[in-house]
Write a protein that binds this ligand. Sequence first.
Ligand code: HEM
Length: 146
Amino acid sequence: MEEDNKTVEIPKGVQKGSKVITGVFVALVILAIILVVFLGGKKVDSTSEETPSSQATQTTSSETEKAISLDELSTHSTDDNCWIAIGEGAYDVTGFVTKHPGGDKILSGCGKDATEIFNARPGTGLPHSETAKNMLSQFKIGNLAK
Ligand code: HEM
């Protein structure tokens, strides 16, 4: 007899409350699924966008890299037309000549392979800073022909 009472009598308020809780729970689960699908989709998108674009940049730069001979370089040896080879790269630093922190000394490198004077600056014999080295890329026009 006692057991019957336990199973049958569930107050209406409690029934309503549990329905509300179930509803909220279901809503939360749906929200979580939407979030996972949305954010997951975004991640996949961004990786698939990044990979081809970085590959494209690499391919383009290596394909368009022009081989510049020392002869050609020597025809750009003035303050208003200054190409410089440093290491394997060739750079058009014409627009930078007047901004160079080392002043006119940059002109001694125009039209030639200036690797040595770039790495051992006249006066101190010290190399250029990492900042200076990093600036080179913006002036790159090709590679020194071997
Ligand atoms: C190859 C020819 C070059 C020569 C002979 C030369 C020489 C010098 C000298 C003597 C200084 C020291 C200035 C001082 O503080 O008293 C200097 C500084 C500097 N040069 Fe050049 N330079 C040359 C090319 C370049 C190029 C191509 C760049 C940039 C891409 C550059 C960027 C700088 C910068 C940023 C400084 C400030 C100090 C530092 O960050 O190292 N130079 N340079």
